[in-house]
Design a protein around this ligand. Structure first.
Ligand SMILES: *Cc1c(COP(=O)(O)O)cnc(C)c1O
Length: 438
């Protein structure tokens, strides 16, 4: 809140010093002023989720000893075990596996799938093609070590044209061998909509009505704490995510989690360590405090990222660009896509995100031939944790419609600065015209 004229001009001159021109700042402020009601809703969700996390920490009597490092086998690591109970309670699940040994979201998903699918079983996606990195995990693209190599087959039902579930195709896609359904909550970098938790609940109910013993797993990446409920509240048997996205709160240096039914999580633990060892081993190597504190911060960090996504959508929509989700839609993940319509636009946008970062702000991102992509890709990130996408970051492939995928922001002021700086770079290069004051 701006208290006085003096403070207001202090902020204005600080924006000027950091490189935001007056016209960009006042346009940004005009757009922001319209978003007060939505931001209030986001704060209310964060407030609820904050209480949920604190309550889970209190219930499990979290104390300073839990932050101690363990080494070697990690036997009797009470901090690790308690953190898993905190995750389980916050997500209303029976059990959880939360480990720095899980490298990233892809590995967490691979773990959950490979632990719970045996040769002859079929994996089913009722929501179309899964996230890119899962293609090799499943064996949709031939790959050494894929589930397919181990005799697990795969089927999928496409979404309808409008992005809704095709219940007939889903019913037809389930066979006696269908063991597990994988449901991706976030659209990731696809063009379909992201599902609300309530929609996921309806889908799960339908899947269980077709086959009562089907295991429903939700890829929860980018979705944690965006709503008051998680897929485990609407019948998901497992939810899976990355700690360098929402639930790590920006502090987790690495890791992944799986939460859900006790028997399924036990299988995951045995697959991660080994049969006979299960959850009992795994040294925390000193990261526990960051994992606890990051989870504590996650609800408000997620809220900051959401506000940034909504501001970006509204700014670029007003300037005539197509944005997905649009400026007024309800949100179910933290990703914002902006179609910038030119290579120069995409590069300028990313330059702005980079220039606004606390780390590596002085470098200029350039497009490169990234392995696995059929066109050049540009990426902007000035993060404390490498590759962290809960921190402010943007990237996109250099091909029409030149979409920037924008996400993260540990604090709202930083998310806002990043967006203003992206606009500044576009404006300086003559790629946008700012509307006259309305
Ligand atoms: C990020 C993401 C993944 C993979 O996570 P990584 O940590 O990048 O391996 C999987 N699914 C979705 C929807 C994601 O957003």
């Amino acid at each position: 809140m701006i208290q006085s004229e003096t403070e207001k001009s202090m902020i204005d001159s600080m924006y000027e010093e950091i490189g935001i021109s007056r016209p960009v700042l006042s346009f940004g402020r005009r757009v922001e002023a319209r978003l007060a009601e939505r931001f209030h809703q986001i704060d209310t969700t964060a407030e609820y989720n904050q209480l949920k996390v604190i309550r889970a920490m209190q219930k499990n009597r979290v104390c300073a000893e839990h932050f101690a490092a363990s080494s070697g086998y990690g036997y009797n690591d009470d901090g690790r075990d308690t953190l898993e109970k905190v995750y389980a309670d916050a997500f209303h699940a029976e059990s959880a596996l939360v480990r720095p040994q899980i490298i990233c979201g892809t590995q967490a998903l691979y773990l959950a799938l490979s632990a719970n699918l045996l040769p002859g079983d079929e994996l089913f996606s009722p929501v179309g093609k899964p996230y890119d990195t899962l293609e090799e995990v499943i064996g949709i693209r031939e790959s050494i070590g894929s589930l397919r190599e181990y005799g697990v087959t795969y089927a999928q039902a496409e979404l309808k044209e409008d992005g809704s579930f095709d219940y007939d195709a889903i019913r037809a896609g389930i066979t006696p061998r269908t063991k597990l359904a994988t449901i991706q909550r976030s659209k990731g970098y696809a063009s379909r909509p992201t599902f609300s938790v309530r929609q996921i609940g309806e889908l799960i109910a339908f899947l269980k009505s077709c086959k009562p013993d089907i295991i429903c797993m939700v890829d929860n990446c980018y979705g944690e704490f965006v709503e008051e409920i998680e897929p485990t509240d609407v019948g998901a048997d497992m939810i899976v995510g990355s700690l360098i996205k929402n639930p790590g709160g920006g502090l987790a240096p690495c890791g992944g989690y799986i939460a859900g039914r006790e028997d399924l999580i036990e299988r995951c633990a045995r697959r991660l360590s080994s049969p006979g060892l299960g959850k009992e081993v795994g040294a925390n190597l000193g990261v526990n405090r960051d994992l606890y504190q990051g989870f504590f911060l996650a609800p408000t960090v997620t809220a900051s990222a959401l506000k940034g996504a909504i501001l970006a959508a509204n700014i670029y929509e007003e300037l005539g660009f197509r944005v997905i989700p649009n400026g007024s839609e309800s949100r179910h993940d933290i990703i914002q896509a902006v179609e910038l319509m030119s290579a120069e636009g995409l590069c300028a946008f990313c330059e702005g995100i980079q220039a606004a970062a606390p780390v590596d702000s002085y470098v200029t991102p350039v497009p490169w031939d990234m392995p696995g992509y059929d066109s050049q890709v540009i990426m902007a990130a000035g993060a404390f944790v490498q590759g962290s996408s809960i921190e402010l970051s943007a990237d996109g492939p250099l091909r029409p419609p030149y979409t920037a995928f924008f996400q993260g922001g540990l604090t709202w002021p930083h998310a806002k600065l990043g967006i203003l700086m992206s606009l500044q770079k576009m404006w300086e290069k003559g790629l946008v015209r700012l509307p006259e004051k309305a």
